[in-house]
Write a protein that binds this ligand. Structure first.
Ligand code: TYD
Length: 134
């Protein structure tokens, strides 16, 4: 599956709306971990790094933020502000999350358990990893 925004099911109801994600149906990977980022002070940036193995789906459960995804040659910005959209990010891309609105919540469904060795924290290491000579 490539980098893309997925539209998730949305059940509109006068009592409040409901959305969901099913493994094997809306996303292909097995969810091994879920984490969320919240209480982000204005102007802060999260997640400036790449993963070697982890792929993920990011959902703005509340509020809005931008996810900038970089393959080493080109950057693409995705603005998430609706809880029925998810951004699917394959492994091996640099991504950072920024412009968080007050009270926003970023939900991340991850294909791996937490493993610090899966992170590429240094941008020049990332370019080497992608075999791009910057
Ligand atoms: P990190 O992924 O580095 O945050 P960011 O990408 O926004 O910089 O995670 C911050 C800290 O949280 C890190 O020291 C390890 C811990 N952590 C876990 O223990 N488990 C997890 O699933 C995640 C995502 C982070």
């Amino acid at each position: 599956m490539e980098l893309q925004i997925l539209q998730l099911p949305k059940f509109e109801d006068p009592r409040g709306n409901l959305s969901f994600i099913e493994e094997g149906k809306h996303i292909e990977f097995t969810i091994q971990r879920t984490y969320w980022i919240y209480d982000v002070p204005g102007g802060q940036v999260r997640g400036g790094h790449a993963f070697k193995k982890q792929h993920e789906l990011i959902v703005a459960l509340s509020g809005s933020f931008d996810v900038e995804v970089d393959n080493g040659e080109k950057k693409e910005n995705f603005s998430l502000s609706r809880s029925y959209y998810g951004l699917y990010i394959p492994a091996g891309l640099w991504r950072q999350m920024q412009n968080f609105s007050t009270n926003s919540v970023a939900l991340v469904l991850s294909s791996t358990h937490y493993d610090e060795n899966d992170y590429i924290y240094d941008y020049s290491d990332f370019l080497k990893y992608r075999n791009i000579h910057g």
